[in-house]
Design a protein around this ligand. Structure first.
Ligand code: ADP
Length: 487
């Protein structure tokens, strides 16, 4: 594995706590597996509740002095971290492709996207303004200041092993918080490499800690119950999010939840079909369909249904499925055997109930055990499980609708509300549909919409809070009211 990297110092196998690399006393480890071929990449020490407590204590110890640095001083350290991430783009991308599977070009893209949050929030650190509010009594003055909330916990998933961490650590550190991060045990190496670069950047001891371990319940149990932790930021599935919310209720922690989605992608009769096909591809097949903003239900109006299906199939048929390091590959493996089984079951259920397979529909066995062929299903209907379940695989189900009202009703017929997309050339429809969709992010004639400058977050059971943008830092600050009397 190290052969693929220029800087082997980025390969770490222990938790990063209080500026040092530590593991459990027991010496217990867990395996990191390459999803493309099942190859054992390395053993990582299996930290648990004890190490999590140590990390929280380290973060608590560091928080006061981190908070009292000037915003400019914190920003300078964040910029150095950003710079190091960019300088190590190739190695970070290789590590990511090894443990997560996404094609190398996508992994490189994620490194840049991930770093952009550090860069953005380094700037935002200096704009945490308070207010002077017109007073309610002449002998008093009314002021507000914004202060970092304190020690923050972050629990992150495997689909974006770097960006889901930087989206949380960037604003937290900018605001003067310190952080304990629990990455997914599928992708600990990317997280530990980020910690090493934070260390090299001179981020002080205890300000950023990463606890890697297999026992998510034990680590999460400490993070959500420890009174020192004032905030939890979570990205992952809705069931786990609900559990963590209930755990956080006991100590009334602030929470940000980025949970599951069930994104509609609507193609109206008046759409630019070629643009809609490109948008659908970008939204659906990125990361082999394993993102929470991936198009999950492609809703196509009667008049263009067949033409859209045909054009989409012609493009998707050219995709290459395989190991992420191979030139030209656009679809990598799914993360684990459970993921491939789920996708297979959803496709089989749809076909059993009358869907037609226009393309793919089966595992891509030649590529390896965890690959699924890029798939397009037509004649898909609401009674099929694929309508209400997040697919998280390279499968595009095409539903048919007749009217704008029907499309909106179908699109909103889900407890989720993260991302939605629609294609139309009609300006009135742009506003009507844009306003009617119950989603936190809406792509209009655009399939790729995430950026550090824009707010990312869901409605309904897709979560709460926003990441990125000028709003993202608000999740990590308290507004304190100072009333100055006796004037
Ligand atoms: P995904 O399907 O994307 O893996 P999960 O919600 O299962 O979504 O996982 C997201 C993150 O939550 C991972 O870091 C995982 O280890 C963690 N996690 C899973 N279950 C729990 C739990 N009970 N308590 C705390 N963290 C958990």
């Amino acid at each position: 594995m190290k052969k693929l990297l220029t800087q082997t110092t980025l390969v770490k196998s222990k938790s990063y706590i209080a500026g040092t690399w530590v593991g459990p006393k027991s010496g217990k480890t867990f395996s990191v597996i390459n999803p493309a071929n099942g190859e054992h990449l390395m053993e990582v020490s299996d930290s648990g509740a004890d190490e999590t407590t140590l990390a929280i204590e380290a973060a608590e110890k560091a928080q006061k002095s981190w908070q009292t640095l000037t915003a400019k001083e914190r920003a300078t350290l964040l910029r150095r971290w950003n710079q190091l991430i960019l300088e190590n783009q190739d190695d970070l991308a290789s590590l990511m492709t090894l443990e997560q599977g996404k094609p190398l070009a996508e992994a490189k893209g994620e490194v840049v996207y991930g770093a952009s949050f550090i860069d953005w929030f380094a700037d935002e650190a200096r704009r945490l303004y308070g207010d002077v509010i017109p007073t309610f009594a002449n002998d008093r003055r009314v002021l507000t200041i914004k202060q970092g909330i304190g020690v923050v916990a972050a629990i992150t998933p495997w689909n974006f092993p770097i960006a889901m961490i930087t989206r949380k650590a960037g604003p937290a550190l900018a605001a003067g918080c310190t952080i304990v991060i629990k990455p997914s045990d599928e992708t600990p190496l990317s997280a530990l490499a980020l910690a090493e670069l934070a260390h090299q950047a001179g981020i002080p001891v205890g300000v950023l800690n990463v606890v890697v371990g297999k026992d998510a319940k034990a680590i999460g149990g400490v993070l959500t119950s420890h009174p020192t932790v004032r905030k939890l930021s979570f990205t992952g599935s809705t069931p786990v999010g609900k559990l963590l919310l209930s755990q956080c209720a006991q100590t009334v922690k602030r929470t940000s939840m980025e949970l599951g989605g069930n994104a509609p992608f609507i193609v109206f009769d008046d759409a630019d079909l070629d643009a809609a096909v490109e948008g659908a591809i970008a939204s659906k097949y990125r990361n082999a369909g394993q993102t929470c903003v991936c198009a999950n239900r492609i809703l196509v109006q009667d008049g263009v249904y067949d033409a859209f299906a045909e054009k989409l199939a012609a493009r998707v048929a050219t995709f290459e499925t395989g190991e992420g390091f191979k030139d030209g590959v656009t679809i990598g493996p799914l993360i684990n055997p459970a993921a491939i089984n789920k996708v297979e079951e959803l496709v089989q259920d749809a076909v059993r109930k009358g869907a037609k397979t226009l393309l793919g529909g089966v595992k891509a066995c030649e590529a390896g055990a965890q690959f699924f062929e890029p798939t397009i299903l037509t004649n898909v209907t609401q009674d099929m499980a694929i309508f209400s379940n997040e697919i998280f695989g390279p499968v595009a189900p095409l539903f048919r609708f007749s009217t704008e009202g029907e499309a909106i009703a179908l699109a909103n017929d889900t407890p989720f509300g993260l991302a939605a997309y629609f294609y139309t050339q009609n300006i009135g429809r742009t506003w009507r549909v844009g306003e009617a969709l119950e989603y936190g992010l809406v792509g209009i004639n655009e399939g790729l919409i995430s950026s550090e400058v824009a707010p990312f977050g869901g409605m309904k059971e897709s979560g709460s809070g926003r990441e990125g943008s000028k709003y993202g830092i608000d999740e990590y600050v308290e507004i304190k009211y100072l009333c100055m009397g006796g004037l």
